[in-house]
Every structure is written in C-alpha cells, then in structure tokens.
Design a protein around this ligand. Structure first.
Ligand code: PEP
Length: 226
C-alpha cells in the first residue's frame, strides 16, 4: 500500500501568490516520486488555486457538517467535495483547543465527510478519543477513516515523539481498529526523522505541519520515504 504524506499548511501563507509558489515548488520537486499518496491541505481560500493533479491530491483542514444554510462563516463538506477534495482533516488539536470543538461536533464532521465520499483524517492525541470521536460511525465506514496520532507536546514544538512511544501507540490504535487500519504520525516531522516513523514505528504515513511550508524540506521528507 502507498504511504500517505499530508501537508497541513494551517493558516499559511498570507498571500495567494506565496501559496501558488509553494505549491509549484513542491510539485516540481516530486515529479518522479512513486508509491506515495501526496496530499496538500491549504487554507480554504487557496483550494481553487491549487487544483489537484495526478501526483498531488487535495485536502481540507476542517469542514462543517450541514450541506448549506444560515451558518455564517462555515464551509461544508459538500462544498469541499465540489472543489475535488479527497481528504478532510478533522479534530486537529488546534481546533479542539482554540475553537472548542467537542466530540459531538467531531462525530458530525466525520459523518459529513464520509457521506460526501471523502476520507476523514481524524487527529487524536489520546487513545480514548477514537471511541469518543467515532461513536456515531458504524463498522463498515470505520474502515474508511484514517487516524493521525499527534501527541500534543510534539505539535509545532520541534520536540518529536520518541520512535518507541510512537510505535507503541500505533500498535494500540491498530489493536482497536484492526491491523489493516491506516495510522499516520504527526508532530515535528522533519527530513531527519520522517523515515524512522515509517520504517521503524510502522506508520502508514505522516501529517506534516511546519516543515510543509518549506518546499525543499518537504520534498526531502517525501524523498526520504519513497
Ligand atoms: C500538525 O499541526 O498537524 C503538525 C504535525 O504540526 P508540526 O509538524 O508543525 O508539528
């Protein structure tokens, strides 16, 4: 199975031309990469500029669960589907912390992503969140969900999780969801540690924040596991 590498640009960059430049530099750098599913999740406003291409898929960083209506400021899963998004990140720790997202909201969002034929990437930092955040999802649909293990202390800090702890958590998640479940690691991934999470801790892929804003570093990460 292809390894998955997801770039989470968060609320960056500030200008559209910077986003286009970042995307085209990454695209140029990964032209010959095979056996990797590469996904870029830019801010919503750049989704249309960054059309998905055969070697880079498009993802969103969040969504709203209702299709449309009087919900000022929200972007629905249905709208993201129309923009050709394949993946949607749900329950990122920054959304849980800054925007007070609850397990009920996360459940609704996951449901909306699935019912619009996209793949949810559920971010967790504790094992119990699997049960809490997926309580309304039934057995068959569970197989479509990707889990991203992102320990809080490792996000945006430069203090990545030890391979030993990451591997142990990966095994615990697979113990709950099945050995064939897709589990990613996220938290201060760099070109120096990326391959260890894949080849030593056996993750199916990576969720990359800060390092995805530097095209050459991000391309190095991709190359290190391809
Ligand atoms: C993230 O926010 O999902 C993330 C992994 O960030 P960073 O790579 O900067 O730690």
């Amino acid at each position: 199975m292809k390894k998955i590498i997801i770039a989470n640009w968060k609320c960056n960059p500030i200008k559209k031309n910077q986003a286009e430049k970042l995307f085209s530099s990454v695209k140029r750098g990964v032209t010959n990469i095979k056996k990797i599913e590469l996904v870029i999740c830019p801010p919503f406003v750049y989704l249309s500029e960054i059309a998905s291409s055969s070697n880079i898929k498009l993802g969103a960083q969040d969504c709203f669960w209702k299709d449309q209506g009087a919900f000022t400021g929200e972007i629905s899963a249905k709208m993201l589907k129309d923009l050709k998004c394949k993946y949607v990140i749900i329950g990122h720790s920054e959304r849980r912390f800054h925007f007070k997202e609850t397990k009920e909201m996360i459940n609704q969002k996951i449901k909306a992503v699935l019912s619009n034929g996209m793949i949810p990437i559920l971010c967790i930092d504790q094992i119990n969140q699997i049960k809490e955040n997926l309580s309304v999802i039934n057995g068959k649909k569970m197989k479509k969900i990707i889990i991203a293990y992102e320990p809080l202390f490792a996000i945006g800090t430069g203090n990545s999780c030890s391979i030993k702890q990451a591997k142990k958590t990966n095994e615990s998640i697979k113990g709950i969801l099945g050995q064939d479940s897709v589990v990613l690691y996220g938290g201060s991934v760099s070109s120096k540690n990326a391959k260890d999470y894949i080849f030593k801790a056996n993750f199916s892929g990576l969720l990359v924040g800060s390092a995805s804003l530097n095209a050459s570093e991000f391309v190095e990460i991709v190359k290190s596991i391809s």
